[in-house]
Design a protein around this ligand. Structure first.
Ligand code: KIV
Length: 251
């Protein structure tokens, strides 16, 4: 899809009902994100999410999927070493039915080990919610040139290590564009401007559900929709036609 210039659509999903609906709407990729800790479990961060939580929700999503590609997050501390990561990735794939696992940061050694074992891996750079206590807040990352250059180098190292996909979260639009152009693997943005190869949103944000305030880079797709199916289809079409995100959703 990257090679032919077709934008990739991705939404988070956490249960069978939404999985079936999102799959039917034509969304390309479903991400069982550890954002479930915030939008499903009501925590302030993603840190309390466990491997058991991730396996449970990934299984719910996989059961109802027919065609969309399913990625599951490795939660906080579940990939502290390559061996721990391999054990937990195997659980997400064997018990959960995930087709790819996602992990945060430039964990090159871990990514390389997983790929060697046959595990498809999605990297995640920019704002890393599992490192929120080090970052000190949910802020845009890579604004200074030195930070931007490090992110470019990290993205290239992840690709070199065998990552098949990269998520960029809360990154200046120009930097996200530069990374998307330089990499051959697809780059999926969230708060990363209009020029990534695809887009992901947290389902509950774009449906305007829940207790967490909708971030500026998201959009309430329920506003002009008669029901949830219509909202998800509208998001899918808006991304495919490069109508979402726009400048107002970018940094
Ligand atoms: O957990 C999640 O939902 C994510 C997205 C924000 C990309 O990682």
């Amino acid at each position: 899809m990257k090679q032919r210039g077709e934008k990739i659509t991705c939404l988070t999903a956490y249960d069978a009902g939404f999985s079936a609906l999102i799959d039917k709407a034509g969304i390309d990729v479903m991400l069982v994100g550890d954002s479930l800790g915030m939008v499903i479990q009501g925590h302030d961060t993603t840190l309390p999410v466990t491997m058991n939580d991730m396996v449970y929700h990934t299984r719910c999503v996989s059961k109802a999927r027919q065609r969309a590609f399913v990625i599951a997050d490795l939660p906080f501390m579940s990939y502290a070493t390559p061996v721990i990561a391999a054990k937990n990735a195997a659980r997400l794939m064997q018990a959960g039915g995930a087709q790819m696992v996602k992990l945060e940061g430039a964990r090159i050694e871990v990514v390389s080990f997983l790929v060697d074992q046959g595990v498809p891996v999605c990297g995640h750079l920019g704002l890393l919610p599992q490192s929120i206590n080090q970052l000190g807040g949910y802020k845009v990352q890579g604004k200074e040139r030195a930070d931007a250059e490090k992110m470019i180098a990290d993205a290239q190292a992840l690709q070199q290590a065998g990552a098949g996909l990269l998520v960029l979260e809360c990154v200046p639009a120009e930097l996200a564009k530069e990374i998307s152009v330089r990499l051959t693997i697809p780059v999926i943005g969230i708060g990363a401007g209009v020029d990534c190869d695809g887009q992901v949103l947290v389902l509950y944000d774009m449906l305007d559900i829940g207790t967490v305030k909708r971030p500026r880079f998201s959009k309430n797709f329920m506003h002009d929709a008669a029901n949830i199916e219509e909202a998800v289809v509208a998001y899918h079409q808006a991304v495919k036609q490069s109508q979402f995100p726009t400048f107002e959703h970018s940094f």
